[in-house]
Ligand binder design. Structure first.
Ligand code: SF4
Length: 422
């Protein structure tokens, strides 16, 4: 479901920390926008989610399926990181998996219960054992393993990470991507991204020359192969044609332009929101629950009349607000430490108050992430951050870092009541 035009702009929702200190610009390196297939798919899923993750850099909850997939990938990377036979033994492969798996507790990996983590651990061992037995006769040193590259193109710095690349000769390559989920679906955009970037990557030609002593004029992706580790099945996809790649690239540039133009309106969707860790920050949710549908404003006049009326009221309101601020300031100065004061028609309870303001939004988010305080803040409102800063159990190092970003402002709360009969 797309955001409707009459829904509020999230940047204008009062109380969001983002209103007080503007959001930073999208991350750029040497003037290039850093980009990847996962960034693109997240932006297309929900631009606001993209912003929370890649611009505000707010950590997501750990996901057990990523932890599991990462440990399998690490073990396979270890297996294929040989320049010449012999390959590691099965026991060494399983040990590589074990070591990676044991680096984090089950909670840090995103499991809710230790038994589920243990089940996945056993599943991982069995999966790798089956992989080893199934493929051992065909083991040969690969061309590249876990090959990460950043390629500059059209104002973007695009990163791809290939699990394994095989060179077929003459500059033709096959890219292998391990899949560890339940099933394998063709992901055309991922295929196109691999093809486009690999064929533009000058380092690949150099690597072919270094490894095989062959000078090639161009690199061509012959196939992309998804290897589904749980079932030991291979799914091969032939290279895309120029038309498909051209259409895909237009889409990439469209997403990049929207990011550069700071277009981060949320696009809530049942599936995207169900798995979103940012619900407590999202203007479409109240405390994690969907916002009730907005009631359409009653229209009693034509729009031209309403526009003028709105403008006049707004002007009047601004004038009154300025006067109110001035009078409140004078009352505050006269009342000093507060108290109760009476005029002929009204009584005022004056209370001295102070509040924190924070200078640098990104720095504050950095502190919350560093000390894992993000949940404690509940939301990125001034109240949430102030609550963290003033809590008794806040680590001193975190308090010091937050105080570096904080300024204390003094003001007066004035509660006014009308005298009976006035
Ligand atoms: S909760 Fe839904 S709309 Fe809000 S940021 Fe997440 S995915 Fe987007």
């Amino acid at each position: 479901m797309k955001k409707k035009n009459n829904e509020p702009d999230p940047a204008a929702v009062p109380g969001l920390f983002g209103d007080i200190i503007p959001s930073p610009a999208p991350p750029r390196k040497d003037g290039l926008l850093s980009f990847s297939y996962s960034k693109m798919s997240l932006y297309e899923e929900c631009p606001l989610k993209y912003k929370f993750k890649y611009i505000d850099k707010i950590k997501e909850e750990p996901k057990f399926y990523f932890a599991f997939g990462n440990s399998i990938h690490t073990a396979l990377e270890f297996l294929y990181s040989v320049k010449a036979p012999p390959f590691p033994s099965l026991e060494e492969l399983l040990e590589a998996f074990r070591q990676d798996w044991n680096q984090k507790s089950y909670l840090e990996k995103g499991y809710r219960a230790p038994q589920k983590a243990e089940d996945d651990y056993q599943k991982g061992l069995a999966m790798l054992k089956a992989y080893y037995e199934h493929n051992r006769a065909a083991f040969k040193p690969p061309f590249l393993v876990e090959y990460s590259t950043d390629v500059e193109v059209d104002g973007l710095l695009v990163r791809t990470i290939s699990d394994r690349i095989e060179h077929l000769g003459g500059g033709e390559i096959v890219i292998i991507d391990y899949k560890t989920g339940k099933d394998v679906k063709r992901q055309p955009l991922q295929l196109y991204m691999y093809q486009k970037i690999s064929e533009l990557d000058p380092r690949l030609k150099e690597k072919i020359a270094e490894t095989y002593g062959q000078r090639v004029s161009a690199v061509k992706v012959r196939q992309l192969l998804y290897y589904h580790v749980p079932t030991l099945k291979e799914y091969t996809f032939e290279r895309a044609d120029d038309k498909e790649i051209g259409g895909f690239w237009e889409r990439v540039l469209g997403v990049a332009d929207a990011i550069k133009g700071l277009k981060f309106d949320p696009t809530p969707g049942e599936r995207a929101c169900a798995w979103c860790d940012y619900k407590s920050l999202c203007p479409h949710f109240f405390g994690g629950q969907p916002r009730p549908a907005a009631q359409p404003a009653a229209v009693t006049d034509n729009i031209e009349v309403l526009v003028d009326r709105y403008g006049r009221l707004k002007e009047k309101m601004e004038e009154i607000q300025a006067q109110l601020a001035e009078v409140a300031d004078s009352i505050g100065r006269s009342a000093r430490d507060g108290g109760e004061y009476a005029g002929s028609s009204y009584t005022a309870q004056v209370k001295k108050s102070s509040r924190w303001e924070f200078r640098d939004r990104e720095a504050v988010i950095g502190v919350l992430n560093q000390f894992d305080l993000y949940k404690k803040a509940l939301s990125l409102t001034l109240t949430g951050i102030t609550g963290v800063l003033e809590s008794d159990d806040l680590p001193e190092a975190a308090r010091k870092k937050l105080l570096d970003q904080a300024v204390k402002k003094t003001g007066y709360d004035i509660k006014i009541t009308k005298k009976p009969g006035a």
